[in-house]
Structures are given as structure tokens and as C-alpha cells.
Design a protein around this ligand. Structure first.
Ligand SMILES: Cc1ncc(COP(=O)(O)O)c(C=O)c1O
Ligand SMILES: [Zn+2]
Length: 559
């Protein structure tokens, strides 16, 4: 059984026992309070004890404001996998990128942690009705857990929430209030409603169970990185059982995720389980980025965005209030990190990259974090040895058409006659399918890994038929036979090198017009540069080019 938890007022430091119906400090009236635990009372073999517990967030019960393991409504929340993103890492030149896959939560987002812990708290306090305001996913999570726990739920949703998410909320029997306005106003209305009726309201970063729940993301990441720590750089002189990453990435709306995660890492530092709190990268959409603007201008307070302009409604908190100030203080004083924004288009592009290169399909809000990572990698923010964890926060709705664009499916219409001559009809239909002619790109490189990277980069963003040659001789043969639309050529290869391949291509009238992009790790001498000039379209240095630059070149050369 966990010990009784106290809360400490962030404004006057008054400590009181925690109870969910007390929402403010009895001394100064502040609503900003944090849970405090007797961390020093944890047994020395705490990590070993935890390792034996089930893989859910309840393994950290000692550090949650819940007295006993909940019974009856748990759905195995928490315990989501952490795995490397090798291909993305290769593309960005950052070999230690890890994905914390919160899509694998019961309702498909990391908000299940918040709902599960809060519902446990409500049940222990005998509370049977609650209110949330939401940009979608909080309401979905709460709806599922309240349904299981028999708690009546009111969800105030901004009308910007896509209909699919609203339907998902409604199916659980939640009282849905659709507010035709911004999320900030929906939040105000929910607060008013809860106050008048005397109902429990999730107030985001001011709600103790919500923040405490998000800590478990930090706990799990540290425990999971600890298990692979042998393969990570900088193990450090004093080994710790668990391990914090150098960076934690998350798409940010209200900011409860980073607030909880920071608190979680700080507690682990205080216990001695990890050495440091990671730098936080909070990524927002450019159409609703109050934290980013304040950060760039070095302000302590964020200026609210009155009307968010983004398709990504999940991240449409226009007024982050004091949450920004608290995050900033912590980041400046302890963890480091930064806020950055990405456009909706950059997020949509990241969705494609992540799905095609890593097999991970996410909703746009999660993609915002990955788009931020790509942007910051390109800006040279990281060292190659940095261990970076991206919270893949969720995927609670199917991919919308606007993200796929045109030509995402091949349409085959089988006519009624097909039924009479099934075989012929099907074959004719199949030839229709095969008829598409995508540009052919020949990738020449003697290392398999380099070919795979270029193939993945191209396939992640366009329709190309990729041909591969592992040496110069093969390259010349394939080029003559297939007459590709473009050749991407490595220079340093044994036997016939790139220069020789280029000479051979240019000497043959059939292959001479094919444009060539040279991608090389070699520092070229002036003489070598002279040999290439006029023969190739672009020269790219390996390790320097990023997906977009290569793609832009490819798109320019083949239509
Ligand atoms: C999928 C997803 N990603 C990111 C966020 C933003 O998280 P936070 O509330 O920590 O700002 C949300 C918030 O609802 C979300 O649902
Ligand atoms: Zn106080």
C-alpha cells in the first residue's frame, strides 16, 4: 500500500494531505500545487522490486497519489514499448533516436495515463461524476475509463475537434457538449459548469493526478533505456540502474506532458536512479505556438493566441497560462531544451516519413514532435551521440484525406462482364494496375546501407521505381538496359568508381542525357571537381544532405 501523499503549494510552500476535492492551497488560495512523496523512504532495492511488477503504470504506485492498486477498470495502461527509429536516425545522422510508442495505449493516446490515474483517485474518494474540456484525446481517454468505472462524464469539446473523434467520445456514453468556439473558451465553459454543479474538473497542469500520471512516461523511458544502456554512448563513470535520455521530444498543447515528465525525471534524480533531467523539446504548430513565441522573445509569460490557425485541433491551446512560465523556469534552471514550431505541412510530411520509413502511422499531433526533431536536426542542434526519445503521443483517428493528397489509391473498376469471364477480366484489371509509370531512379552505391537509405528517403515521399546497383559495372549495365530517368551515383567504389561510371554513361548516346546526382563522402580535389563539372547536375555530400534537399533535387530532375 502506498503512503499518504501530500501536496505542496508552489506559491507559499504550505504542505497539506492530498484530497481531490480540495483544489486550492488552504493558506494562500493558490491552485498550483504539486504532490510530494517520502522519496528517501523508498527501499534501496526499489528498481529490483519494480522490475518484478506487471508492465503497467501501476508498477510505480509508490510514486502516485493513489493508495491501492485499482481493481476493476484497469486496461493495462502504461507499459508501452520504447524502440529505436533506425531509419529516421540514419537519415538524420542521429543513431540514438527512440520512439516511446504511446499509440499502444488502450484508447490510442498517452492521455490514457491521465484518465486512468485520475479515475483511480476519483474512485478512492467516492466521486461519481466528472467534467473535462478537451481537444479530443483527453475526452476519449476519460470516456473509456469513466465508462468502465461507472463515473458519469461531461466532455466539453471545441467544435474544431474532427467528427471522428467526437463520435468516439459519444460511443462511451459521455455527455458531449460541443462548443462552437476555441478550445480555450470550451475550457472556460467547462470550468463554469463544473463549479456550478460542484463537480470534479480535470484542470490540466493544476490537477495533481493528471500531472502525476504523466510522470510515468519519464519513469518508463528511464527504466527502458536502462535496459539498453550498454549500447548507448556516455554510460558515465557512476552507473545508475536507469538512464535518462539527453532529449525528450513532445508535441505540446496545454503542456501537461512535459510538466509531468520533468517532474518524473526530477524525482528519479532525487532518488538517485538517473543522473540528470533531459533537455525538453516542446514542439507546437506554427498556427498555435504561444509558448514558442514567448520562448524566442525570452519572455516569462506567453501571450495567448486568440484564434489558432491550424488543422491540428489537438494542439489548439491558445492560452497556456502559467504552465509555460513553470516549464520555462525549469528548463532554464535545470534541464535545458527549447520550444520550436513546425507548420501543418511539415507535420503532414513527417507523418509520411514516419509511416514509410519506420512503419509508424500517427495522428498529426504526434507527427508535430517528429517534424520538430527533423527541423532541429537540420539546424544542427544535436550531437550524433545524443540519446533522443520522442513521445509518439497517439493515433486515435484514421488518417484524413487531406494528408494523403491525390493519387493515394489505384482505382480498379471491375465491370459486370467480369463475372462471365472472371480470369480475363481480372487480368485486364491487373494490367490497369501495373500500367502506372513512376520515374525510374538508379541508385549506385557499393554499401547496401547507403542504397537502402536513399531508397527509403525517396519512397517516403514520392512514387519512384528504384533500381539498385552495387558496383560500377552493374550500374553501367542497368543504365543501358533500363534507361532510368535519373542516376544517383556514389563516387568511391572499388574497381569501377563513380568517375568511370560517369564517363561510360556520357560516352553512350543512349545514357548520356540521363541526369546524374553525385552523392559522396569524399572531399573532392580541384582536379576531381573539374572532372565532374558539366557532367552532373548536383553534388551532395553524404551525411550532410537531408531528405528534403535530396528530394527537391530529384523532383526537379524527374517529373
Ligand atoms: C496525441 C497528442 N499529442 C500531444 C498532445 C499535447 O499534449 P500536452 O497536453 O502535454 O500539451 C495531445 C494533447 O491532447 C495529444 O492528444
Ligand atoms: Zn499557498
Amino acid at each position: 500500500m502506498a503512503s499518504r501523499v501530500e501536496v505542496e503549494c508552489l506559491d507559499c510552500n504550505q504542505r497539506t494531505p492530498y484530497h481531490p476535492t480540495t483544489q486550492a492551497c488552504p493558506r494562500c488560495g493558490s491552485a498550483w500545487r504539486e504532490a510530494r512523496y517520502a522519496l528517501t523512504a523508498l527501499p534501496p532495492d526499489y528498481p529490483q522490486a519494480i522490475a518484478r511488477r506487471p508492465q503497467t503504470l501501476w508498477r510505480y504506485l509508490d510514486l502516485l497519489p493513489v493508495r491501492a492498486l485499482p481493481t476493476g477498470f484497469s486496461m493495462g495502461e502504461g507499459g508501452t514499448p520504447l524502440y529505436p527509429a533506425h531509419n529516421l536516425g540514419m537519415m538524420l545522422g542521429l543513431p540514438h533516436i527512440y520512439v516511446k510508442d504511446e499509440r499502444q495505449s488502450p484508447t490510442g493516446s498517452f492521455k490514457d495515463r491521465q484518465a486512468a490515474v485520475t479515475v483511480a483517485v476519483l474512485k478512492e474518494a467516492g466521486i461519481t461524476e466528472a467534467v473535462v474540456a478537451s481537444t479530443g484525446n483527453v475526452a476519449i481517454s476519460y470516456s473509456a475509463y469513466c465508462a468502465r468505472a461507472g463515473i458519469r462524464l461531461w466532455a466539453f469539446l471545441t467544435s474544431l475537434v474532427p467528427p471522428e473523434k467526437m463520435h468516439e467520445v459519444a460511443i462511451y456514453g459521455t455527455q458531449v457538449v460541443k462548443v462552437t468556439s476555441t478550445y480555450d473558451q470550451a475550457k472556460q465553459l467547462a470550468a463554469e459548469f463544473a463549479q456550478r454543479r460542484g463537480l470534479y474538473l480535470d484542470r490540466g497542469t493544476r490537477s495533481v493526478p493528471a500531472v502525476e500520471a504523466m510522470k510515468t512516461v519519464a519513469f518508463e523511458i528511464s527504466e527502458q533505456l536502462g535496459q539498453v544502456s550498454g549500447s548507448l554512448p556516455h554510460a558515465g563513470p557512476r552507473p545508475t540502474a536507469w538512464r535518462a535520455p539527453d532529449w525528450y521530444f513532445q508535441a505540446v498543447s496545454g503542456g501537461i506532458g512535459p510538466v509531468g515528465v520533468l517532474k518524473g525525471f526530477q524525482e528519479l534524480v532525487d532518488i538517485g536512479l538517473v543522473r540528470r533531467v533531459p533537455a525538453i523539446a516542446g514542439i507546437q504548430t506554427a498556427g498555435c505556438d504561444p509558448m514558442v513565441q514567448a520562448w524566442r522573445e525570452g519572455r516569462m509569460q506567453a501571450t495567448p493566441i486568440a484564434s489558432p490557425r491550424t488543422h491540428i485541433a489537438t494542439l489548439s491551446t491558445g492560452d497556456p497560462g502559467r504552465t509555460y512560465t513553470l516549464l520555462r523556469q525549469h528548463m532554464k534552471a535545470h534541464s535545458g531544451g527549447m520550444f520550436e514550431s513546425v507548420t501543418d505541412e511539415e507535420a503532414f510530411r513527417a507523418m509520411h516519413i514516419l509511416a514509410k520509413m519506420e512503419g509508424i502511422s500517427v495522428e498529426p499531433a504526434s507527427a508535430v514532435a517528429f517534424a520538430g526533431l527533423i527541423k532541429m536536426a537540420r539546424a544542427g542542434v544535436f550531437q550524433p551521440e545524443d540519446v533522443i526519445v520522442v513521445n509518439c503521443t497517439g493515433h486515435t483517428m484514421p488518417v484524413e484525406r487531406i494528408i494523403l493528397g491525390e493519387g493515394w489509391a489505384r482505382n480498379v473498376v471491375l465491370s459486370a462482364q467480369t463475372a462471365d469471364t472472371p480470369q480475363e477480366g481480372l487480368l485486364a484489371a491487373l494490367s490497369q494496375v501495373a500500367d502506372d509509370r513512376f520515374p525510374h531512379v538508379l541508385v549506385v552505391d557499393d554499401t547496401e546501407e547507403a542504397r537502402r537509405l536513399i531508397r527509403r528517403i525517396l519512397q517516403a515521399q514520392g512514387n519512384y521505381t528504384i533500381l539498385e546497383a552495387a558496383n560500377g559495372q552493374q550500374a553501367i549495365e542497368i543504365a543501358r538496359k533500363e534507361l532510368p530517368d535519373l542516376v544517383i551515383l556514389d563516387l568511391m567504389m572499388p574497381e569501377l568508381d563513380g568517375f568511370a561510371v560517369l564517363d561510360a554513361l556520357k560516352a553512350n548516346p543512349d545514357t548520356a542525357p540521363i541526369p546524374v546526382i553525385v552523392v559522396t563522402a569524399k572531399e573532392l580535389t580541384p582536379d576531381e571537381k573539374q572532372r565532374l563539372s558539366g557532367q552532373i547536375h548536383t553534388l551532395m555530400q553524404k551525411g550532410e544532405f537531408m531528405n528534403d534537399e535530396l528530394l527537391d533535387e530529384v523532383k526537379m530532375l524527374v517529373k
